[in-house]
Every structure is written in C-alpha cells, then in structure tokens.
Write a protein that binds this ligand. Structure first.
Ligand SMILES: *Cc1c(COP(=O)(O)O)cnc(C)c1O
Length: 396
C-alpha cells in the first residue's frame, strides 16, 4: 500500500488543475502588460482568476496581490505593516510563538532593525487566548499577526474575535491562512482581516504561487521592485499558468469544502481514536478545534526520524515536526510552544489527510504505526529505563 499522509507539506494537483494550466501554457502565452490582443487575452485571464479568488475570500479583486507563494505573502504583509508602523511611531509587533518560519524569521529580522516583538503563548491546547492578546497590546502596537490554523498541529485560532478586537483598537491584523485556505471557510470582511496569506500548493494547486489579500486602504509596500504589475505592489511578469491553476484549485476546494471536510474529519477522528490506544501516546493540539485532516501525536521514547523512515518502508508518507525537516537537531518550536518537554517534542508524528485517503488506509496506518512504535521501543535504551522505573514517564 502507498499512502500519502503529508498534505500539510504539499498536496497533489488534480487533473482539472493540471489541464487548466496546460491549456493556459499552450494558448495564453502573451504578457498581460502588452497592448496587443495576445497580451490582452492574458490580462483577461488574470482578471478572471483574480476575481474568482477574491470572491471566495469575500474580498474585492483589487485587494488581491499575486505572489510566489505563502512565504512571500507573509513577508510582504509583515514588512508592510512594520514600515507603516515605523512611519507612524508604532514599533511594536505582536504574533504567536508557533507561527510558520516565514512569519517568525521576518519578525526576528525586524527585531534586529529596532522593532519590539511580543510572541503570544498558545497554551497546551495550541490556541491563542484573547486575554493574552489584550494584555500584550500597547499604544504603539502596529500589527497583530496570528495564523489561521497551525501547520503542525492543525489548531484553528479565534480569528473572528482577534479581527474584531484589532479593528476596534486600530491595529493591522494579518493572518497566515496558508493551511486554512481551501480547507475551512474564510471571509475576510466578516472576520475583520486586514491582510491574509495563502498558497496554492496547500490546496491542490501548483507550487510557487500564492496570494496576499490586503484590505483597501491598508498600507502595502512592494518587496520586489520592478514594473507596475499588481498595481505597483509586486514587480515581475505575472505567473499566468500558475495563477490559473491556483484559481481553479481554489474554486474546486471551495465547492467541495463541506463534503471533503466531512470525509476528512471522519478519517481524522478514527485515526486519533486508533493511535490513542498506543500506550504513552498523546494527541497534540485541541481535538475538536483543528483542521479536518490534521493528526499530530507524540509517542514517548520515540525519535521522529526513525519512525518516519520505518513508516516510509511500509508505504506511509508522513512527517514529523522535529529534526528531519530542519536538518538540525532542534525539536519543533510548535511542540515546545504547547509546553512539551524537549525529549518528547523530538518524537512527533504528523499525518495530514486529504479527501483522497480512505478508511482502509486509516486502518492500515493505525496497525503499522502501533507495530513500528512497539518495535522502536523494544530496541530503545530510554524506553528500557522508563519501563524499569529508572525514569519518569512524561506522557501517561
Ligand atoms: C506552507 C506554509 C507557508 C509557506 O508557503 P509556501 O507557499 O510554501 O512559501 C507559510 N505558512 C504556513 C502556515 C504554511 O503551512
């Protein structure tokens, strides 16, 4: 059996998306900035795609900027808010401890440039609390950046409450919605979101293309200088086939959101129930307020990497928040943020499902994961100490 359970890392493109892109590459090859009809044909395609994406988000087409992906969109949103803050004497930026590195590393750079950054805690359930946000806000707070849903543990944040609070307080609110877009409902107007990042390859679109929503009137500055593309907000000839693929994938995801969500939740909950049977295992992040396809577990005494390699040999493609992804031995900053001790934060397993997975695959994964965990524990000196009572269990 070959199972893909790493949809938070990236997704498989559907045939409809590939066909849309191929068609576009073959026939719509003009530059949308050209005056002639081939150029204008590309400009029309671009306008159509922009409108389609905007409509799904509850935004205006002029509020969508196409980018090279989620990372660029996050960088642009945060840098724009910071630059505006600097011009207005507001040097304080708020975010959370478990953001994606596209956000955290940008904030680190800004800190070195003189900004003051507060990272809110996300607590054991992996959810930001309004009291913490209220307590962190200062006179000079320019930006609040809170991800819509976390990429490792899938927890969904109280975005509407944060949006309402920030709007009232006159603070720019950015949300990294890369994991949420196409999977849960987003309405930027209703949720009072000022800026929002999304990426096509996380909802069955192509890699290397994304979008930044910026509410009309909000400050936005280009990261990439060049021509007047994207109303001067992002230089460079537009990725017409990529954008067409993203628009198609986003429309399909929106159309099937309910149906896919029901399917994924059912598989997710069966997987959680099955893996919970393994002794000294714990689910990371709130069980209910999480993305429909996200499962994230820690198994005490297990190294994430060894687990992934053995599962790969069994045909299961999964991921871990630990070393293997970063190439270093650092445990996941997300798991540390929800209070897991270092030794446990090394042993996580993330399984992220799509509607293409099946209940048979779920049953197979439960059996194989239980067997691999048992095997790894049988050869682990740490586990032996735990069993002998020479060391305390961290996960009961
Ligand atoms: C994948 C991801 C990103 C980065 O998106 P790219 O398009 O790969 O640059 C940013 N934030 C989150 C939450 C993600 O999951």
């Amino acid at each position: 059996m070959q199972i893909y359970a790493d949809n938070a890392a990236t997704t498989k493109m559907s045939k409809a998306v590939i066909d849309t892109m191929a068609e576009c590459m073959k026939n719509i090859y003009g530059n949308p900035s050209s005056i002639h009809s081939l150029g204008q044909q590309a400009a029309e395609q671009l306008a159509k795609d922009r409108e389609s994406i905007a409509r799904i988000l509850g935004a205006e087409p002029s509020e969508i900027i196409f980018t090279s992906g989620g990372s660029e969109a996050d960088n642009q949103a945060i840098r724009s808010a910071a630059l505006w803050g600097k011009k207005n004497g507001k040097m304080h930026l708020i975010s959370t401890a478990f953001e994606h590195h596209a956000v955290l590393h940008t904030l680190k750079k800004l800190e070195a440039e003189g900004f003051l950054v507060t990272l809110l805690p996300v607590h054991e359930d992996g959810i930001v609390q309004m009291e913490d946000l209220r307590a962190a806000v200062r006179e000079d707070t320019a930006l609040v950046s809170v991800m819509f849903a976390n990429n490792e543990i899938g927890t969904i944040q109280p975005i509407s409450e944060i949006g309402a609070f920030c709007r009232e307080a006159g603070i720019i609110f950015h949300s990294d919605a890369v994991q949420a877009a196409g999977h849960v409902r987003i309405d930027v107007k209703e949720m009072n979101i000022d800026m929002l990042a999304l990426s096509a390859h996380k909802f069955c679109g192509p890699k290397g293309v994304g979008a930044l929503y910026v509410r009309k009137g909000m400050p936005v500055y280009p990261l990439i200088e060049g021509g007047a593309q994207e109303r001067g907000r992002r230089g460079g000839t537009e990725n017409i086939p990529g954008i067409a693929g993203m628009a198609k994938a986003f429309a399909l995801a929106a159309k099937k959101m309910e149906e896919n969500g029901v399917r994924e939740r059912k598989m997710r909950d069966a997987l959680i129930a099955g893996l919970s049977e393994i002794p000294h295992a714990r689910l990371n992040g709130d069980a209910a307020r999480r993305l429909p396809g996200n499962v994230n577990f820690c198994f005490e005494g297990i190294e994430g990497e060894s687990l992934l390699l053995l599962l790969d040999a069994k045909g299961i493609g999964a991921s871990s928040g630990s070393a293997c992804t970063s190439g270093s031995l650092d445990p996941s900053h997300v798991l540390l943020a929800i209070g897991l001790p270092h030794e446990v934060a090394h042993g996580s397993l993330r399984l992220t499902l799509s509607a293409e997975n099946t209940m048979e695959e779920v049953a197979y994964m439960i059996t194989e994961i239980a067997a691999v965990v048992e095997y790894l524990r049988s050869i682990s000196p740490v586990w032996e100490e735990l069993e002998k009572g020479e060391r305390e269990h961290v996960i009961q």
